[in-house]
Design a binder for this molecule. Structure first.
Ligand code: ADP
Ligand code: ADP
Length: 226
């Protein structure tokens, strides 16, 4: 599903070059639920940006769903982002004036579906996250946990091969956080491949595999009983 081979990301600050990603190699298999954990400044966002095709590494190879993501044009990267990855963010990133169903439908516009197909797929995604009765609520009529569920439905709606979540519970209280992690676990059990980035060991503990990043290096990898 994902293969990173010897990925470096170099930054130059005040004339000094350092590796924000330092020889990172990683394989994510279809059906995995992987947490990447590390403290602030360890390189998580940099790795997220590479995995999400938002930024290119300085060197190394990245394969996503059978396609090599290397030296592609910005347009090609945008197509990969829109078709292969469902993004979930800490702060939900919902459009406040749009109803839940319209927020979920929005990314499907790039998929060349008819409007009735989009509607149906968005409705099914919201039902899957338990919000079948909130299709016409706007974000501020929903709790934080519900807003994150809408965002998860939006990520799911296009049935992408990868769900990529950046601190998905970072804005939620601990109970809501557990509910959202439970939803991600259910989605993984249904076959969705999930990579989640977090600084929180309690969140990482709920994933099936944990990879640690420190100073741009993947320092440890373990498979946990789920
Ligand atoms: P994390 O997400 O784990 O907090 P980041 O990936 O944001 O870590 O940052 C990793 C390292 O790279 C940090 O030392 C950070 O200061 C540096 N860094 C990140 N982005 C840039 C940039 N655009 N230019 C220079 N240095 C950067
Ligand atoms: P939680 O206890 O999970 O934080 P809330 O107290 O925010 O949830 O919301 C409880 C219920 O009230 C939810 O079903 C939500 O959809 C509804 N709700 C919350 N805020 C509003 C609002 N401003 N207008 C209408 N319904 C709301």
């Amino acid at each position: 599903m994902i293969r990173l081979e010897n990925i470096y990301k170099k930054y130059t600050l005040a004339g000094e070059t350092f590796n924000a990603l330092d020889n990172v190699s990683l394989t994510v298999n279809k059906g995995d639920f992987m947490a990447i954990i590390g403290p602030s400044g360890s390189g998580k966002s940099t790795l997220m940006n590479v995995l999400g095709c938002l930024d290119q590494p300085s060197s190394g190879k990245y394969f996503l769903d059978g396609e090599e993501v290397e030296e592609l044009s910005e347009n090609k990267l945008a197509v990969i982002r829109n078709t292969k990855i469902g993004f979930i963010f800490q702060s939900f990133h919902l459009l406040p004036k749009l109803k839940a169903i319209d927020n979920v439908e929005l990314p499907l516009i790039y998929r060349g579906m008819s409007s009735s197909e989009r509607r149906q797929q968005a409705k099914e995604a919201l039902e899957k996250v338990g919000l079948g009765d909130k299709l016409h609520h706007v974000p501020n009529q929903l709790s934080g946990g519900q807003q994150q569920r809408v965002a998860i439905a939006r990520a799911l709606a296009g049935i992408p091969p990868l769900l990529l979540a950046d601190e998905p519970t970072g804005a939620l209280d601990s109970k809501t956080s557990r509910d959202v992690m439970g939803l991600l676990q259910d989605l993984n059990e249904e076959g969705n491949t999930i990579v989640l980035i977090t600084h929180d060991p309690n969140v990482a503990a709920q994933a099936k595999r944990v990879v640690r990043i420190q100073d741009g290096k993947l320092t440890e990898e373990r498979v946990e009983a789920s």
